[in-house]
Write a protein that binds this ligand. Structure first.
Ligand code: PLP
Length: 285
């Protein structure tokens, strides 16, 4: 696995290790399960939901994590302090280990955060034919990440939307996707996608805001009739799409889009505040 920890330290099986000594990353197999969370003001965003998903992914592979949520929360706050960095993405990796001794890594990674202007203008995306083998599980393996990255770079696209043989769009290569139509939002069904933490929050907010969300596949032939589209994910939050291949979308003119971005930003603030109180109560801060 790529030695991808950034800044000065990472944590391996509860031990603080210098990023000058990343040889342990060579032992991590593609079957490992991982999570990525955004750290905002030194606090992991939507921590509980990310941990629940990691437990579910591990359970599906017959693994029970022995590390507690509190231990992981403590490791993240320790890295915030030791690396002197309060805004970044943190990655957790569980690997069952070759000799039966599992590895658990907690480390900061370089996130490809969109520029501020992208939230007003929308990003360019491309269609890419490819399906993830086990859509509901967040594993390192079985991915075509490199091919997708090359295609994105070639086309100057921020994200690639993955299509199946019939031309239906399931999700972004590292995000979920929502399409805006006259009657509300459309997003691919849960069974076809990684159940994004951001996606879940967006769907809950839409319910509160009275915005209809239908879980239904959208075919690429329908794209030109859309009012807009957006992607969701830990790194991007809720990010408007300005174009898909050569189809231009005026997503940011859509009132529902504006309402949703505002509501999501407030939701993030609430969650950070809630976790901050928990960290203070546990004397982790
Ligand atoms: N879909 C895929 C394939 C992803 O890799 C990701 C994030 O990495 C997402 C969706 C978005 O999930 P989340 O909102 O939990 O970051």
């Amino acid at each position: 696995m790529k030695k991808e920890a950034v800044l000065d330290y990472f944590i391996w099986n509860s031990e603080l290790v210098s990023t000058e000594k990343m040889s342990i990353f060579d032992e991590i197999s593609p079957q490992s399960v991982y999570e990525v969370m955004k750290v905002v003001e030194g606090i992991p965003l939507f921590f509980g939901e990310h941990m629940d998903r990691m437990h579910k992914s591990l359970k599906a592979l017959g693994i029970k994590l022995s590390k507690s949520k509190d231990e992981i929360l403590y490791e993240i706050t320790r890295l915030v302090e030791k690396n002197n960095c309060r805004s970044i993405n943190v990655k957790l990796v569980y690997d069952k280990g070759k000799s039966g001794k599992p590895h658990f890594l907690t480390y900061f990674i370089k996130g490809e955060f969109p520029q501020e202007s992208a939230y007003n203008e929308g990003v360019h995306t491309i269609l890419f034919h490819g399906e993830r083998e086990t859509p509901n599980i967040k594993t390192l393996g079985g991915s075509f990440k490199e091919q997708v990255q090359k295609a994105r770079e070639r086309e100057g696209a921020y994200e690639a939307l993955l299509t199946d043989k019939e031309g239906n769009i399931a999700e972004g290569s590292r995000s979920n996707v929502f399409f805006i139509k006259e009657d509300g939002l459309y997003t691919p069904p849960g069974k076809n996608v990684l159940l994004g933490v951001t996606r879940t929050h967006v769907m809950r907010l839409c319910e509160q805001l009275g915005i209809m969300v239908k879980e239904e596949l959208i075919n690429k032939s329908e794209l030109e009739h859309l009012l807009g589209a957006f992607i969701t994910g830990t790194t991007v939050d809720v990010l408007p799409v300005g174009s898909i291949d050569d189809i231009q979308l005026s997503t940011m003119e859509n009132q529902q889009m504006k309402t949703l971005i505002k509501a999501y930003n407030e939701e993030m603030k609430r969650d950070i505040q809630k976790t901050k109180v928990i960290l203070q109560e546990k004397n982790f801060l």
